[in-house]
Design a protein around this ligand. Structure first.
Ligand SMILES: [Zn+2]
Length: 333
């Protein structure tokens, strides 16, 4: 299966009139999202159940299993008055993609008596293709759908929360087809923020893995340690600090593995392997973020997962990927 990753086509973002031209082209494909992290899917039901931890924009899945975006083009929707961002071109056929932000209240006011319905065609589309929480469905999306929905949701959340200039307080306006903002007062240009977070498989000198139970998680759920990189801190230092804070264990070395965007609202997960200093045991949970710590061999973890005593993060989350990277194969499937 090919990886149908869209071309982000950044060079075209600054072309004058790009969004208007794409809105007027009936072939333009649309990604309907809102500022609360939801996306319209080609599925009859809403998916809003949030997992306790990780989702994940998916890797490729066999045809027939993946959820796809709602099949909507600019021929189906009058985009006048709606906020749009340019997401790029389809790599195979060159079609352009626009993110369209569903205004707050569009879905909530449907039954309000006498309410003005400025976007009746949008209402009709959303009735057919409801919005679902990306956080809940991300693991089930096709690779292309995940590659489009993830930046669309990230941009919508950024614009919704950054209406005013941090330098002078004047209103900001969208620039570069949604990928920047320009202040209407002082002209300052700003770009979407991404907050880096580290997530790591931690192993000891006997190659056992350290898993933690978060204080807000359901009973039995265990995952890898994770946390935000602080101001002025390297990601490698953040790995060692988070491990020490949550478990009291000292890290000897770290190695970067993979990364994953996490636009809830704006994180980037940086995946690491971390090796503990020799003789680091037993672990002590911090009692606040983490209430239980297990240090497990492969045999012990496999048995705990098979018996249901330990529940791991979802099968396409980066946390699960790091655990299975250490384990050497799939667990409990
Ligand atoms: Zn300003």
């Amino acid at each position: 299966m090919t990886t149908a990753r869209p071309d982000r086509d950044a060079a075209r973002r600054t072309r004058p009139g790009l969004l208007e031209a794409l809105a007027a082209d009936p072939a333009t494909r649309l990604v309907l999202v809102d500022a609360r992290g939801r996306v319209s899917l080609d599925a009859p039901a809403q998916h809003t159940d949030l997992p306790l931890d990780g989702l994940t924009p998916a890797r490729d899945r066999p045809a027939g299993e993946a959820l796809e975006l709602a099949p909507v083009t600019a021929a189906d929707l009058d985009l006048a008055g709606l906020e749009t961002y340019y997401l790029g071109r389809e790599a195979l056929d060159g079609a352009s993609w626009l993110a369209v932000v569903v205004p707050d209240g569009t879905t909530d006011l449907a039954d309000a008596e006498g309410a003005a319905r400025p976007h009746a065609d949008l209402d009709a589309l959303l009735a057919r293709f409801p919005l679902s929480a990306l956080r809940a469905v991300g693991a089930h999306l096709s690779a292309l759908a995940a590659c489009l929905a993830t930046p669309a949701v990230a941009l919508a959340a950024w614009h919704a929360s950054h209406r005013y200039c941090p330098a002078c307080g004047a209103r900001t306006e969208r620039a570069e087809a949604g990928w920047a903002q320009r202040c209407t007062g002082c002209g300052r240009v700003s770009f979407p923020r991404t907050d880096p977070a580290v997530i790591m498989s931690v192993t000891d000198e006997r190659d056992r893995i350290v898993l933690v139970h978060g204080s807000t998680w359901q009973a039995g759920r265990f995952s890898t340690i994770a946390g935000f990189v602080e101001a002025g801190e390297s990601a490698e230092a953040a790995v060692a600090r988070e491990v020490a804070e949550e478990t009291g264990l000292r890290v000897a070395s770290v190695e970067q593995v993979a990364t994953q965007p996490w636009p809830f609202p704006r994180s980037l997960m940086l995946g690491y392997r971390a090796r503990l200093e020799p003789g680091e045991e037993p672990a002590r949970p911090d009692g606040e973020e983490v209430t239980d710590v297990r240090v497990l061999s492969r045999e012990e973890l496999a048995a705990a997962v098979d018996s249901g005593r330990i529940v791991l993060p979802g099968t396409t989350s980066i946390a699960r990927m790091l655990i299975e990277d250490w384990f050497g194969g799939p667990l409990g499937r």
